[in-house]
Design a protein around this ligand. Structure first.
Ligand code: PRP
Length: 206
């Protein structure tokens, strides 16, 4: 049996739909349930629901053989896993955002608020711009509004949250979408089941 970790949150419903499309069915499975473990009707898959940022951690440590999670969380976790498939769900992008006219390089030490401090630090380090990072867990757009940070690094999907808070994209970064990831050991030791699962999900995508 394959243990598959699924990210709770914004992409959970689409991921469940994809599993169903691929012919992997679960009884009473929906993202609103408080239950965290489900088994598919064919007895092939144990599905566990975890916080999105924890999916790469579960997979890296072998607590799950595979995971379905956004590229944003894979990048932030820096986990040592195989990224196998782009499931093309939850498409958005990383961006530096703030008030129009804020130029990151004009300040000496820029204060950056983000749910993704590792991504933010890597981005500005590459540009040789020193930053102070403030880790937040949500409502990140508030940070420039109340003077907690100069800019934010966050994912942008429709752009509504930025617009409604008077902020704008200052710099576009990497594209993000949901990916299928695999534990490195499971890829070899459970090769047959893992490849069957990859193939099944690929079929669900077509
Ligand atoms: C995410 C992200 C932005 C928003 C972007 O937050 O951090 O705030 O969605 O989406 P948009 O461009 O379509 O407006 P989320 O909804 O996950 O809530 P959070 O602030 O609690 O993290």
């Amino acid at each position: 049996m394959i243990t598959l970790a699924l990210a709770k949150g914004r992409t959970a419903d689409d991921s469940i739909k994809l599993l169903e499309q691929a012919g992997i069915h679960f009884d009473h499975l929906n993202s609103k349930s408080r239950k965290l473990v489900f088994y598919d009707t064919a007895g092939m898959v144990k599905l566990i629901f975890v916080k999105a940022l924890d999916v790469p951690t579960y997979v890296e440590n072998g607590a799950a053989d595979m995971g379905i999670v956004g590229k944003d969380n894979i990048m932030e976790s820096q986990a040592d896993i195989y990224e196998i498939l782009d499931l093309k769900l939850g498409r958005c992008k990383f961006a530096v955002a703030g008030f129009n006219g804020t130029h990151p390089s004009n300040n000496n030490v820029l204060t950056v608020a983000s749910k993704y401090p590792a991504v933010a630090e890597k981005h500005f380090h590459k540009k040789k711009i020193p930053i102070n990072t403030i880790k937040l867990n949500g409502s990140v757009e508030l940070a420039p509004l109340i003077g907690l940070a100069d800019v934010i690094v966050d994912i942008v999907e429709t752009g509504n949250t930025l617009r409604e808070n008077g902020l704008t994209i200052l710099e576009e970064m990497d594209s993000v979408s949901t990916r299928l990831i695999v534990n490195k050991a499971s890829f070899t030791t459970k090769s047959e089941s893992v490849h069957k699962m990859i193939h099944t999900l690929q079929t669900g995508l077509e």
